[in-house]
Design a protein around this ligand. Structure first.
Ligand code: ANZ
Ligand code: ZN
Length: 820
């Protein structure tokens, strides 16, 4: 067993003693840069899990490699410490969130260091630090000044357990993303950020992003852009009353055989006197209220009720059609009402089947006249009066025009609900004045510090505990000087992470400076440098590589893009997108192939593995498990395998001898393999294929082990190639080879294209015409080299027993025959 404990401790101490200088990104802007970013963790009490280790190892490999390639690497780390997870943890443990965060950060930091990650600790940020959230508040104020942060009363998600509003992005299947409790719809006044104003910009930016398609797709669906029209249907028996619908298919209007309103639609109450079955209708409305949006959307069985005696007139053909309430139509989308076309929409079709409503086909497929309904495709218009015979796509515009309807682009995304009724967040820097309304806290007064309090439990009212601190709440209005009140809601946990990658670029000295504005020369220079495109294939610039979990697809990653685009529009940042390349690491499952969870008891604690096998083994193992993006189960045998491998690497140093140049000839194959390995590992690291890079290392080590002795020229590159993956051991071997330098400052080995590309063949070695040995040789091996190679083989030496062959026959690319 190699002394990994001693080795790892030794190098971690040396790195720390040098104050991590070797990883410090420098702001001089002379060298080409690479910005390699991890999603910063929320420092939970549970500490680091193997998933963190997975993505952080990947980014560490890449960072170390880039430094050796001569890049100026920015590889920072920090703490996303505000918000519900931290606060819920504090409430559970009865430790004040500030204290809990402090403790947990210390624990996390220790763990990260024990894994040998090469962060530039001088740029460490913590979102709960007033010097940090001063800027979060500052960005909020810019949004406020541009009318993109506003207060409004609207239906919101209220988590019954967290006792706070949640953003739509934080609700999954009608449940709170954080605590899994039920979420209720409530009508409350709150702050919103107008992300909808950026819907088109958020959609158009995708083209230049090197992101997983699935994440782009998720964001696109979340933004949900639809092109359609608003069409008005008059109500037959009520003069002036009409139902407006949003439809993406005006071409199907002749097939609209009934209409549906969302049960919450305001028309319902207005039509009350017309509705003969009001009692039944009311009952249905009450029933629907108890279901969440998601439940309604997911419901397999369609429910509904007819508004009896209310009739609408189809403006396409003048026919009277019935009007229904059904919960498959949502109040919050479009106009909250639809024209139902059962022949061409599957939800309408199902509903029509259930309630026996007429189905009229108005489009037929060009290929075959007989199609099963509902028919979703395009084709030729039928049963549509003067539009018959047209292609339905052409008919769309013609029908919109003929009806005098209005074209409309509709988005699914809603404005970002931005206030939380909780203690542990950035105070929203607004003062409420009876005279002036909502007034921005003057920038010179930032940060609005979160007061330290003993009682941070949620109030249960739609107000944060800050509302109970009278002294803090009461404040002079900066505009009129009268008494006003501070806004007591706090920001959501996503605020601090929406710009943290910019904070790293500025660095702590700049963040803490008196500066209260992002627009200044020094900041601009830093942004221009660190966000510039580093590779030719990237056009826009930004963080070069961002690694993290896919769970952030529509939360953090969407919010950060929104803020970045906003800051770009104000001229603070030079580029339009924050993260150019995104890599999602795959989930690591428990040994039982199930998601790791405490209740299943299948959680692997990285600390235990480090203790037993060392950090290098853990790093190597997690990278060797499979492709980075894949989901893969933990395998206890696997970690042992990698541990053994590192032991073998360590043992190789015993074979090291200083030999003369002459003997190089005999290791021709090794030369080739070495160069092929350098090439393979380099290209693999560039494309984030760490598992195959490690395989290549293993092949090289296998070959080195077969050698009787090793030359430094073989062993030195091995140390360098191993370094990004297993930095402690590699650095140790490097030192034992007589080097005093840190590998971080060394150059990544180059390969000789000729050697690397050289194909090999199997050289057969015969004695007196009988095959005695075989060995891989390069196709361009010379006759002399081939003969020397044959003679140097241990087996052959044994056969020869010291005798000189009389004759040596060489057949190129085939064999060497030694005639005795
Ligand atoms: C008539 C029609 C005919 C429709 C047809 C579709 C197919 P996307 O693409 O998602 O935007 N719709 C409109 N508002 C709705 C609401 N509040 N709740 C539920 N459904 C609603 O979908 C737009 C289509 O979804 C609209 O076009 C409307 O149905 C329905 F063959 O109108 B369509
Ligand atoms: Zn005022």
């Amino acid at each position: 067993m190699y002394p990994f404990r001693q080795i790892e401790k030794k190098w971690q101490k040396i790195w720390a003693d040098r104050n991590y200088k070797e990883w410090r990104a420098d702001d001089n802007g002379k060298n080409p840069k690479r910005y390699v970013l991890d999603m910063f963790p929320y420092p939970s009490g549970e500490g680091l899990h193997v998933g963190h280790v997975e993505s952080y190892t990947a980014s560490d490999i890449f960072s170390r490699y880039c430094r050796m390639k001569g890049f100026n690497v920015l590889h920072p780390m920090g703490w996303d410490a505000f918000g519900l997870p931290a606060e819920n943890y504090a409430i559970k443990t009865k430790i004040h969130p500030a204290k809990a965060v402090f403790n947990n950060v210390a624990g996390f930091k220790k763990q990260l260091r024990s894994l040998g990650f090469s962060y530039d600790w001088s740029r460490e940020v913590n979102t709960t630090d007033p010097e940090y959230y001063k800027w979060t508040q500052w960005i909020f104020l810019q949004l406020f000044k541009k009318g993109l942060a506003y207060e409004s009363e609207a239906p919101v998600n209220w988590c019954l357990s967290c006792k706070t509003i949640l953003a739509n992005e934080e609700v999954a299947d009608g449940k709170c993303d954080r605590c899994s409790s039920l979420v209720e719809q409530r009508f409350l006044k709150q702050w919103l950020l107008k992300i909808t104003a950026y819907a088109d910009k958020l959609l158009s930016g995708f083209d230049e992003l090197d992101w997983p398609e699935s994440v782009k797709e998720m964001q696109k669906n979340w933004i949900g852009r639809s092109e359609g029209a608003i069409i008005k249907f008059p109500i037959a028996n009520v003069a002036g009353a009409e139902i407006e619908v949003f439809t993406t298919r005006p071409d199907t209007i002749f097939g609209a055989t009934y209409m549906v309103l969302a049960p919450e639609h305001e028309l319902v109450l207005k039509l009350k006197s017309q509705i003969v079955n009001w009692k039944e209708v009311k009952k249905y409305i009450d029933k629907v209220k108890r279901r969440t949006q998601r439940e309604r959307l997911a419901a397999k069985i369609k429910t509904g009720v007819e508004l009896k005696t209310v009739k609408a007139i189809n403006p396409g053909n003048g026919k009277e059609i019935s009007v229904w309430l059904a919960d498959y139509v949502l109040a919050g989308y479009g106009t909250g009402a639809i024209m139902a076309v059962p022949a061409h929409d599957s939800r309408d079709y199902e509903f029509a089947q259930k309630f026996n409503l007429p189905v009229i086909q108005v489009i037929q497929s060009i290929q075959s006249k007989e199609v099963e309904l509902p028919y979703i495709g395009n084709g030729e218009m039928i049963n549509s009066g003067r539009f018959n015979g047209l292609n339905n796509l052409e008919a769309k515009d013609k029908i919109v025009k003929a009806l005098g309807a209005e074209k409309k682009i509709q988005y699914k995304i809603r404005d970002w609900v931005f206030s939380r009724q909780r203690y542990w967040g950035e105070p929203i820097p607004i003062i409420k004045c009876g005279q002036c309304g909502n007034v921005a806290v003057p920038e010179k007064d930032l940060p609005v510090k979160l007061p330290s309090v003993r009682n941070y439990q949620p109030t249960g009212r739609p107000e944060s505990p800050l509302a109970d601190i009278a002294k803090w709440v009461k404040v002079k209005c900066p505009q009129c000087g009268g008494w006003g009140k501070r806004e007591t809601n706090t920001m959501p946990q996503w605020a601090g992470s929406s710009w943290y990658y910019l904070a790293y670029v500025l660095g702590n000295k700049n963040l803490k400076s008196k500066n209260k504005n992002l627009a200044n020369e020094r900041f601009r220079k830093l942004f221009n440098y660190w966000l510039a495109p580093a590779r030719q294939s990237f056009s826009g610039g930004g963080v070069d590589i961002y690694i993290g979990g896919v769970e952030h697809a529509v939360l953090h990653l969407l919010y950060a893009r929104f803020w970045h685009k906003f800051l770009f529009d104000l001229g603070f940042v030079p580029n339009q997108e924050p993260f150019i390349k995104l890599v999602n690491q795959g989930l690591i499952l428990g040994p039982d192939n199930q998601k790791m969870s405490k209740s299943r008891g299948n959680v692997i604690n990285p600390d235990d593995i480090v203790k037993e096998f060392g950090a290098d083994s853990l790093r190597l193992y997690e990278m060797f498990m499979g492709p980075l993006e894949d989901q893969k189960p933990w395998d206890a045998k696997g970690i042992i395998g990698l541990f053994r491998f590192l032991n073998r690497v360590y043992k190789l140093s015993e074979k090291l001898k200083t030999k003369s140049e002459k003997q190089l000839i005999k290791t021709q194959n090794l030369e080739q393999l070495l160069h092929q390995t350098i090439k393979k590992i380099t290209l693999d690291i560039e494309s984030f294929k760490f598992n195959t890079a490690i395989s290549a290392l293993m092949i090289l080590v296998n070959e080195l082990e077969k050698q009787e002795f090793l030359l430094p020229i073989h062993y030195l590159p091995l140390a360098k190639l191993l370094f990004p993956f297993a930095p402690h051991l590699a650095q140790e071997l490097w030192q034992r080879l007589g080097n005093k330098t840190l590998l971080d400052k060394e150059q990544w080995p180059e390969w000789d294209e000729k050697l690397a590309a050289a194909e090999t063949f199997e050289l057969v070695i015969q004695i007196n015409g009988r095959v005695k040995d075989k060995v891989e040789a390069g196709v361009d091996i010379s006759e002399a080299e081939a003969k020397d190679l044959a003679l140097s083989r241990p087996k052959i030496k044994e056969w020869l027993g010291g005798k000189e062959p009389k004759k040596i026959i060489y057949i190129p690319k085939r064999l060497v025959n030694l005639v005795l």
